[in-house]
Ligand binder design. Structure first.
Ligand SMILES: [Zn+2]
Length: 173
């Protein structure tokens, strides 16, 4: 971590910037999957808590795998309940991006790449550049307080930006 929900703020900021090509849903799902690693080792009291899934390579693979899983879930939903899925389809591109192929892939990739970056700033046991390097040059670049505040501010900026996208898309209808 930082405590998983802190990641959601920067994720929301990206949604506010690139709403039509990015799925915040895939981003959030990726954060949760990656932090299952931490939870697993924490529950077993085995250290380090941050291992393969908290490297850039591992987290990126998780991001892509999460995106593919969500694509498969969408495909399955379309096969089993096409009427229901159609009723959810929005004319707003920024909402459609939540489940579009490009949106899911971009969301998963951004989710995977940013997770070790943010966690690496505050956790001593993270080796983000494995298998190439055993060091963590990110550690302590900014303080924990500033990191948490930054994540909150990112979310507070991102939310109204998403609102602006939705507003203009609804006017274009
Ligand atoms: Zn984490």
């Amino acid at each position: 971590m930082p405590f998983t929900p802190y990641h959601f703020g920067p994720g929301l900021l990206v949604k506010g910037i690139a709403a039509r090509w990015y799925s915040w849903t895939a981003f959030v799902a990726t954060q949760i999957v990656i932090d299952c690693e931490t939870l697993y080792y924490l529950s077993r009291r085995e250290y380090p808590l941050h291992r393969t899934l908290h490297t850039f390579v591992g987290a990126t693979i998780v991001g892509v795998a999460t995106a593919v899983t969500l694509m498969a879930a969408k495909w399955l939903a379309q096969r089993t309940a096409p009427g229901f899925v159609d009723s959810l389809r929005s004319r707003r591109a920024s909402i459609r991006a939540e489940s579009s192929t490009i949106g899911l892939l971009v969301g998963g990739l951004v989710g995977g790449l940013t997770h070790p970056l943010l966690d690496g700033l505050m956790h001593r046991d993270i080796r983000p550049f494995l298998p190439w390097s055993d060091s963590n040059p990110l550690l302590g670049v900014i303080g924990i307080e500033a990191l948490h505040t930054g994540c909150e501010v990112a979310g507070l900026v991102g939310l109204p930006l998403v609102g602006i996208w939705l507003y203009f898309e609804s006017r274009a209808d």
